[in-house]
Design a protein around this ligand. Structure first.
Ligand code: FEO
Length: 396
């Protein structure tokens, strides 16, 4: 029997744990995830968000462990995406008079997801307050964190921020709070979540942080993963850092190789950075998922990408990474394109252009024909050294 878990007096987690999830639209979720819905018991019982449609039964069981779902008066939809709205149609069949509280874009988005349903909407904007008895719930619209409809809900009486996607992590667990499992795992998954989902929306995140900075918060309950109650300052500081694109003196070097020449240069570049006291992460794309690379790109100043030329272009693994990187487009990075070729050599220019279109300041590309001998390797080594120093981030 699935049970509701009280997270604050009269406020319950009634979500679902997705132990089996390993892919979230292209993001490798190696630890699974949760969809967090919350139930507020008051004069007007209020459900905040729901779960993916195929977890409806689990959410319902948790709700039924404390109330009759027919008694729900409000359902707050902080975000239209279907991992949070997917069970709205079914739960509303049990409480058809419940009012769906959402942002203006939320109403529009829900109507475009769930056609023909006769729901009663109440739209809210930043600063609006919904009184449900002993609790006042206020709202802050957080457009583009993660969709145009996104908003957060705040319960002043309990100093509780229901932050939806913001501050989330994809972790499946029986534990609900950040002082119950290894904080390094939570922070790493929060970084991965930010890097793969929130990264393009840094300006929106900064606006949202500013909007909620005046709130007195002692618990942040996101819609995925673990609830923050002990490490709130840490995660808010990290979100500030990530949203401002603050980076470390760190280089991520990503490549694929055909006969080992591009690999040789990748390793050489790695050694040059290390020699300049710059931390490196070196990834052969055959052995790692692109979403894990993005976690490392999140705080890296340098992004170096290499591919030999294959059929006048880039190797498919590298193309996939570049497509993904371009979608997320981290700001303020320095890019380096490199690779070997037999004839043609188009891959290097193509990588260069993609990195440039991401907004990277580009170092001069490195290319060479067939297999580099010691003389070529020494020349490349000196060139990369000089370019790093010229880019102002190396240490002589
Ligand atoms: Fe967890 Fe943007 O949905």
């Amino acid at each position: 029997m699935k049970k509701a878990i009280e997270i604050k007096k009269g406020i319950y987690w009634v979500g679902a744990v997705d132990w089996d999830l390993r892919n979230f639209h292209g993001y490798r979720t190696q630890r699974g995830s949760t969809y967090n819905a919350y139930l507020i018991i008051d004069e007007e019982i209020t459900l905040v968000d729901t779960v993916k449609h195929y977890f409806y039964g689990e959410m319902l069981e948790r709700i039924k462990s404390i109330i009759d779902p027919a008694d729900i008066k409000y359902i707050i939809s902080n975000h239209v995406e279907m991992d949070h709205s997917g069970s709205l149609p079914e739960i509303l069949e049990l409480c058809p008079d419940a009012v769906v509280v959402t942002s203006p874009n939320g109403e529009k988005g829900l109507r475009q997801h769930y056609y023909g349903l006769d729901w009663t909407f109440k739209t809210v904007n930043t600063g609006d307050v919904l009184s449900i008895g002993n609790h006042d719930i206020s709202f802050v619209l957080t457009q583009m964190v993660h969709w145009p409809d996104s908003m957060v809900s705040y319960i002043e009486k309990e100093k509780l921020l229901l932050s939806n996607d913001a501050f989330g992590q994809h972790i499946a667990s029986d534990e609900r709070f950040d002082d119950e499992i290894d904080i390094d795992i939570i922070k790493n998954e929060a970084a991965k979540y930010y890097a793969n989902i929130v990264l393009p929306y840094g300006v929106s995140v900064q606006k949202a942080l500013k909007a909620v900075s005046s709130l007195d918060v002692e618990m942040i309950a996101p819609s995925h993963g673990i609830i923050w109650r002990k490490h709130i300052d840490d995660i808010v500081t990290l979100y500030k850092k990530w949203s401002e694109n603050q980076v470390e003196t760190k280089a991520v070097i990503v490549y694929d190789t055909m006969w080992g020449s591009t690999k040789k240069i990748a390793e050489l570049i790695n050694d040059v950075f290390n020699g300049k006291k710059i931390t490196t992460k070196l990834f052969n794309l055959r052995d790692i998922h692109i979403s894990d690379i993005m976690t490392e790109v999140l705080d890296a100043k340098y992004v170096c990408v290499g591919s030999p030329t294959l059929n006048n272009g880039i190797m498919p693994t590298v193309s996939a990474f570049l497509t993904y990187l371009k979608g997320l487009s981290p700001k303020g990075r320095i890019g380096l394109a490199f690779g070997s070729y037999g004839w043609g050599g188009q891959s290097i220019g193509q990588i260069y252009e993609v990195l440039k279109s991401c907004g990277c300041d580009m170092l001069e590309a490195i290319s060479f024909q067939y297999v580099p001998d010691n003389e070529i390797l020494r020349a490349i080594e000196e060139k990369v050294k000089d370019d790093i120093v010229a880019s102002d981030y190396g240490q002589n």
